[in-house]
Design a protein. Structure first.
Length: 239
């Protein structure tokens, strides 16, 4: 696969790459560990694929829903459908909002089945599930804590430089754990893991003290509480 902004880059190398004397055909997209990325470094095709697979499983859930109570339907959704919507989510979180909204609609469709009328013997309501964006943000903060605070070696490439200390105001909070936010004119790059999570990390660490003393489980709980206090979808100002 040729990754270039130039339309002439592909024809320039087509037929010249060989393996064992056999020319390697150029691909519009490649799949790495189950995640498909195209030559423009976008994940549109991957999102469409997982949305289709998850939608088929929601249809299967509908066919067996009448035989299950609420707890059984919710368990089946968490075990067989939601993993499709979340696999390697931190790698494709830079995709456009229209694609993530498609995944959200699948979860809402599944939850309508879960919340369908049950016999009177099952009157207890099921607690609502966190949104997919909530779960992605929480996982991203935990991973960033491992890179930034715990210094996990294989996450060293995600580590960011400490932010320049500025005065806190009523609208902008700062903390000693803030990091420099990478700047770019490309909106897609601003939505990537490092760009989005750096901004979110600065807000999170300003609201949650003693982040340096927390272990992974403590950060997970703190991130969950902090994210629940924010609107969904979470709007982060792009500098």
């Amino acid at each position: 696969m040729v990754i270039s902004r130039s339309p002439a880059a592909g024809p320039a190398v087509e037929g010249r790459l060989r393996f064992g004397g056999v020319p390697l055909p150029l691909q519009e997209a490649v799949k790495v560990l189950g995640v498909e990325v195209d030559r423009e470094l976008r994940f549109d095709g991957h999102i469409k694929y997982i949305a289709k697979k998850a939608s088929h499983r929601v249809s299967a859930l509908r066919r067996v829903a009448s035989f299950l109570d609420r707890g059984g339907k919710l368990l089946l959704y968490k075990a067989q459908i939601r993993p499709y919507l979340e696999y390697a989510a931190l790698s494709w979180m830079s995709c456009a909002a229209s694609h993530t909204m498609r995944l959200d609609s699948i979860q809402r469709r599944a939850l309508r089945l879960v919340d369908a009328a049950d016999p009177p013997a099952q009157p207890e309501p099921v607690s609502p599930l966190d949104s997919l964006e909530h779960r992605r943000d929480m996982a991203a903060l935990v991973v960033f804590h491992k890179a930034q605070v715990q210094g996990v070696p294989h996450l060293a490439g995600l580590r960011q430089s400490p932010g320049i200390a500025t005065r806190s105001t009523r609208t902008v909070l700062t903390s000693g754990d803030a990091v420099e936010v990478p700047r770019s004119r490309a909106s897609q790059h601003q939505r990537t893991f490092v760009g989005r999570v750096s901004r979110m990390w600065n807000i999170f660490t300003a609201a949650v003290p003693h982040i340096q003393e927390m272990n992974t489980q403590s950060v997970k709980l703190a991130a969950n509480r902090w994210r629940q206090s924010k609107p969904t979808p979470l709007t982060l100002v792009i500098p």
